[in-house]
Design a protein around this ligand. Structure first.
Ligand code: IPD
Ligand code: CA
Ligand code: CA
Length: 335
């Protein structure tokens, strides 16, 4: 017998004005802030004054922190774009839309709505920040050589989207000199907007969120996912892991959106999550949200997270060693 403490989750509340109004008021706000504080630069000159440097997802540059007001500005824009794209996608899910397959894989879908959400997001970023690099799932990478890079998954959970399941997410991360500084994930079907800023905690709407306190396998709830490659050894290995985790835990879930899964770890709904074959746009925002919520994110072998391995393990921190042991016991860290 044990007392089950309700997990620490609370509903968000967030309202945004139309995009043009929002951008204008943001510009005004930044100008005001800079006028009243030490920073005298106006937004335009602040943007152009950033010097060029290589931008990559892993690898931290401790020497130059991003300007706090610039980070705040980028965060507001990322939240607004994810929210607007999410609203548009949720509406579009009720109507008809075209579906194509991609990468030569008949079960890997991309819809006209993925592309419309991406276009909406890219248009604002590119017109406001012409020197920022962007890695976006459907369009690919555009390198500008500046300090900032945006990593975008316009719809994470496209299979759910196609089947009318309202579990999909819009995921936007901002990287500064290789270091993730902002993560935003909007889940319109749940009415939840997750976000985190480096060093400032993680939130759902206006409420701070925190990972769970679960510390035994028996009580833990896990999440995972399966890539579109059903032929490779990782697919078989993940089926084995699913069985192994399921047997010893309170359960496992497969929601169909890695970005949503990572938010569930951050919000304390899942106690751990793992998955093979994810791409940077699936996890860039979720990683910082989990970490800012007090959780831990590594490779499946326990090494510091490197998206190139395309294998992730995220947890509340307390379950991390047990999860890594499970990976080792099943040779999951070796493939
Ligand atoms: C997919 C989702 C899914 C995961 C797949 C991803 P998409 O992203 O995150 O949960 O299992 O591996 O590719 O294709 O819907 O953007
Ligand atoms: Ca995805
Ligand atoms: Ca996607």
């Amino acid at each position: 017998m044990f007392t089950f403490h309700r997990k620490n989750f609370s509903k968000p509340s967030q309202r945004f004005p139309p995009l043009e109004v929002f951008l204008l008021s943001e510009q005004r706000r930044i100008h005001e802030l800079e006028h009243h504080h030490v920073l005298s630069l106006q937004l335009s000159s602040a943007l152009s004054s950033f010097s060029a440097s290589g931008s990559h997802f892993s690898g931290y540059d401790e020497d130059h922190s991003p300007r706090p007001k610039m980070t705040m500005h980028l965060l507001q824009i990322a939240k607004k774009l994810a929210h607007d794209a999410g609203k548009m996608a949720l509406k579009a899910q009720q109507k008809s839309f075209t579906v194509e397959t991609k990468d030569g894989n008949p079960i890997n879908y991309v819809t006209a709505v993925d592309k419309a959400c991406e276009a909406l997001i890219l248009k604002t970023i590119e017109s406001n920040f012409p020197d920022h690099s962007i890695l976006s799932e459907e369009r690919g990478a555009v390198e500008k050589g500046g300090e900032y890079k945006w990593i975008i998954d316009p719809i994470d959970g496209t299979s759910n989207f196609v089947h009318g399941i309202p579990l999909f997410a819009i995921s936007i991360a901002v990287i500064h000199k290789g270091k993730p500084i902002i993560g935003v994930i909007d889940i319109p079907g749940l009415g939840e907007s997750y976000w985190a800023q480096e060093g400032k905690g993680a939130f759902c709407g206006t409420k701070p969120i925190h990972v769970s306190k679960t510390n035994t396998m028996q009580k833990a709830m896990f999440g995972t996912g399966f890539s579109y490659d059903r032929a490779g050894p990782r697919y078989a290995k993940n089926m084995e892991l699913w069985n192994a985790f399921y047997k010893v835990s309170n359960g496992c879930r497969r929601m169909g959106s890695a970005a949503l899964d990572l938010c569930f770890v951050a919000a304390g709904r899942y106690d751990g999550f793992w998955e093979y074959d994810l791409q940077p746009w699936d996890v860039a925002a979720g990683k910082i949200i989990v970490e800012e919520a007090g959780g831990q994110v590594t490779n499946i072998d326990g090494n510091p997270f490197n998206p190139k391995t395309r294998a992730i393990l995220a947890s509340n921190g307390l379950m991390h060693q047990d999860m890594l042991k499970m990976m080792r016991d099943h040779g999951a860290d070796k493939i």
